[in-house]
Design a protein around this ligand. Structure first.
Ligand SMILES: O=C(O)c1cc(=O)[nH]c(=O)n1[C@@H]1O[C@H](COP(=O)(O)O)[C@@H](O)[C@H]1O
Length: 265
């Protein structure tokens, strides 16, 4: 079944478009979890238990797992999220030349969706795009300040680079499996892009810790009700100062964000 159809069902089931980012910074997870073999997995398990009823997806960012224990923690995390019925979107921002990107795409046997980087062009994304079951979110207008360095550059046609990326992503969407990543810190670009590509669901990061616009994220992020608004640190570290009770604060933060976003749906 197509990822966006599954996401549509999941959003309906939990009445939520919240993507919960599982970015378990080892310097920030509670002290008592460091005695476990895999502290990141111990942390994620508690976060998943506490928040899964509010999660449209879980979005682990690969950067937090790129070492042997990290990969083990990620594997456990993905299986556990799936056991709770929650799709997993791996934020890996992948792409490379053909034979390399084919190896990257093998991760789609494990996760449901992925973020990819359009900089190397269509062939660098082909194995992802060819997977009819997977969701492929193309970085378009990112939330960070330096996003403007390249993404806002004007082409000879007068359009900015990020709009060209959106147009290309729309062309690449032959299997109805492509979405865009557009930061909540860019509400005007969100609005323009929604008009330009009305059918592409967006993953909108940048609310919470980065201070983005939650209302614009929902208003323009969804295509026919399908799309994702992500918060990572704002949810998983909501209970940073609560010791063993940390996950309860995450549950409250996830529920609060769900309710807040639902006001705009
Ligand atoms: O691809 C992403 O998810 C992403 C794109 C972007 O433009 N900005 C952005 O913050 N992200 C990711 O979204 C998450 C945001 O985390 P918080 O700022 O803690 O909510 C991180 O995992 C980022 O890597």
């Amino acid at each position: 079944m197509n990822f966006f159809d599954r996401l549509h069902d999941r959003i309906r089931t939990v009445d939520s478009v919240v993507s919960i980012g599982l970015d378990p910074d080892l310097d920030r997870i509670p002290d008592h979890l460091h005695e476990y073999d895999l502290p990141r997995w111990a942390f994620n398990r508690r976060i998943i238990d506490a928040t899964h009823e509010h999660a449209a997806v879980f979005k682990p960012n690969a950067a937090f797992y790129e070492d042997p224990d990290g990969w083990a923690a990620l594997e456990e995390t993905v299986a556990y999220a799936h056991g709770k019925g929650v799709p997993v979107l791996l934020d890996a921002k992948r792409a490379d030349i053909g034979n390399t990107t084919r190896q990257y795409a093998r991760i789609l046997e494990t996760v449901d969706a992925i973020t990819v980087n359009p900089y190397m062009g269509r062939d660098s994304l082909q194995p992802f795009l060819a997977d009819e079951e997977a969701g492929v979110f193309v970085l378009c207008r990112t939330s960070n300040p330096g996003g403007e360095d390249l993404q806002d550059l004007e082409l000879e046609t007068g359009e900015p680079v990020y709009e060209r990326v959106a147009a290309l992503a729309d062309l690449w969407n032959e299997n109805d499996n492509v979405g865009l990543v557009v930061g909540a810190t860019k509400p005007e670009e969100l609005e323009d892009l929604r008009e330009q590509v009305p059918d592409l669901p967006f993953l909108v990061p940048g609310i919470g810790a980065q201070g983005g616009d939650a209302e614009a994220a929902v208003e323009y992020g969804l295509a026919d009700g399908v799309g994702l608004v992500n918060s990572s640190r704002g949810i998983i570290f909501a209970g940073e100062d609560r010791g063993e009770e940390f996950a309860k604060a995450s549950e409250r933060a996830a529920k609060r964000l769900k309710k807040r976003l639902n006001r705009y749906r």
